[in-house]
Design a protein around this ligand. Sequence first.
Ligand SMILES: C[S@@+](CC[C@H](N)C(=O)[O-])C[C@H]1O[C@@H](n2cnc3c(N)ncnc32)[C@H](O)[C@@H]1O
Length: 291
Amino acid sequence: MINALNSRESNPLSSSLESLRDVISRHGLDARKALGQHFLLDPTITTRIAALAGNLSGRHVVEVGPGPGGLTRALLDTPASTVTAVELDTRAVAVINELALAFPNRLSVLEADALKHDLTALCPAPRHIVANLPYNVATPLLVGWLRQGSAWERMTLMFQQEVAERICAEPNSAHYGRLGVLSQWCAQCAIVMTLPPGAFSPPPAVWSAVVSITPHAAQPEPALFKAMERVTAAAFGQRRKMLRGSLKSVNGEALLAETGIDGTRRAETLSIAEFDLLARTHQTLSQKSAA
Ligand SMILES: C[S@@+](CC[C@H](N)C(=O)[O-])C[C@H]1O[C@@H](n2cnc3c(N)ncnc32)[C@H](O)[C@@H]1O
């Protein structure tokens, strides 16, 4: 279900704090393009995103890129046990440190590049990630978290809409590709909200969407994940080619013979279950040839 922005929910915490515009101006937090900074200043929207994360009671939330803290405030308004914010921009870290003074046992901030940091080390399970992601690094961040499997109970993440559509795309559709296969292989994925550019300050060039990502109970172990990365990179690297051509670099002939998948098909026609079979078979064949 996609949420429309028509409800006027109030955020009691936000209304008791200094306005986000004043915070931004006092800290000189003018948005920087290189950091993917498009801020959400409307508490109606941030409250809705926090609600889309589901029941956060007893959960530990990691927020990547809190910026001026609009979404952080909304998360603190939920029953989440703790919120740990990871931010690259020193100016925003100062803002969140200030906010943390009011929530000494619930909010902490780490100045770090989320791409280089193992976020699971920040809090115990059950863990959620909730974030309005910097779009320039959103895809590698997501793939890294998918690789960690069931370390995350759920991720509620804002992407640019086209990326959100790729994550949730079905076979035989224009957006179906490597990102969708990896995401849906590891998790249940659904677009739960869309937002126009004007919802952000400054507005990005494109629409945005929140995706709810709930990792499956059974998760691939690291070697199998690597096998899937290899198979999907080959298959979609040359997506217009038939599989018997595109899979050459991953021992395609043996792979297709072993799985019984027709080599004249193209990557975009394969289901997640067929990719799962290809990845498992690729792993077995690689183990045999290494033995
Ligand atoms: C789209 S803004 C979202 C800000 C805030 N959450 C909001 O909704 O208003 C992305 C945030 O991620 C931060 N950021 C960018 N790259 C980062 C990285 N590699 N690691 C951690 N934070 C990053 C930016 O400084 C910025 O605050």
